[in-house]
Design a protein. Structure first.
Length: 332
């Protein structure tokens, strides 16, 4: 980890820090990985950014208060893409796709003759969850996109779809419409299915490597990208909490259990939740999507039923950073 970046986090304004942080994530997570090393290498990369997460949850925790205004937001990038791209275009949202899965998308694109025009990390909404992202896009909620029912002033004339169907079935849903927004529920549905398994992340990592380089997925992408400039992105990422340390002081553990149960955020009726720890265990933020109390950094605790090994919605980098990849077939 570049020590100069950590130094910058303490001396530069948030408007300069957050773009630097997101720029630093891409070269860590984007290099190619052998499939048989999928889980080991992505865990290694996850651990490599722990110093950044620790600073953002420790001495520089105040930067989160300016995340919304300073981070390179995914929604902003998508709206700019939609305005800028005057020829046919498409957006593919893979729910909960994180930076860990980037190598497989880049590998698949290269093997199938795609040109990559933009590639980097962008920022989710706060909290990093499905509905805040859908609202920020102007659709209200994900289900509104089903069967071309989604209407947003920011994405006029978009054919919309939202589904968890197999990729081959998804390809059959792509018609001749010029402009398309397609929101697929993978890997989020799979992530939640595996969240209670101790080796859930290992399974997900290996499955993602196969899916994102496979013919079924790329057959669907080919259909979506035919005659269109395509962006592949996500609404939010996820944390591999199996790598997080347990909170041991009893008073801190009880606070987190009381506030969050086994989750990563809680919507507030008031502006803040009183706590006396500095740095805080969680941060109360008044966001575009309401007042929220969010777990700060890499923390987990023992809770009834067990803390999930895969989760999202808190304030750690892999929960809020997602891929943003703009690509096309030749001459599109």
């Amino acid at each position: 980890m570049d020590k100069s970046l950590i130094a910058d986090m303490h001396k530069l304004p948030a408007s300069e820090v957050w773009p630097k942080v997101f720029s630093a994530l891409w070269p860590i997570f984007s290099p190619a990985i052998r499939k048989d090393l999928a889980d080991a290498k992505t865990n290694e990369r996850d651990r490599a950014i722990k110093p950044l997460d620790d600073v953002l949850a420790g001495s520089a925790w105040g930067l989160w208060a300016e995340f919304e205004s300073s981070a390179p937001k995914t929604v902003r990038a998508l709206k700019e893409f939609w305005l800028r791209q005057t020829t046919p275009k498409a957006i593919l949202i893979l729910d909960a796709l994180s930076l860990r899965e980037v190598p497989w998308i880049l590998e698949g694109a290269q093997q199938r003759g795609y040109s990559i025009h933009v590639a980097g990390a962008t920022a989710s909404e706060i909290p990093g969850d499905t509905t805040p992202f859908a609202k920020a896009l102007g659709f209200g909620q994900r289900t509104k996109l089903q069967n071309n029912a989604g209407k947003s002033t920011a994405f006029p004339d978009a054919f919309t779809e939202s589904t968890d169907l197999p990729w081959q079935d998804c390809a059959s849903l792509i018609k001749a419409d010029s402009n398309i927004i397609f929101w697929h529920h993978w890997p989020d549905t799979r992530m939640h299915h595996l969240a209670d398994k101790g080796d859930g992340y290992k399974i997900l990592a290996k499955e993602a490597a196969e899916i994102l380089t496979g013919d079924d997925f790329w057959g669907f992408v080919d259909k979506l990208a035919t005659g269109r400039r395509l962006v592949i992105t996500a609404d939010h990422g996820y944390s591999n909490t199996a790598l997080f340390p347990d909170i041991y002081p009893l008073d801190q553990k009880e606070y987190l259990k009381e506030q969050f149960k086994s989750g990563r955020n809680q919507k507030l009726k008031n502006d803040a939740v009183n706590q006396h720890w500095v740095p805080p265990l969680a941060q109360s933020l008044n966001t575009t999507h309401g007042n929220w109390n969010l777990v700060l950094g890499r923390k987990k605790w023992r809770s009834q039923g067990g803390y999930p090994s895969l989760a999202h919605g808190g304030l750690s980098l892999l929960e809020v950073a997602v891929p943003y990849i703009e690509l096309s077939k030749t001459n599109v």
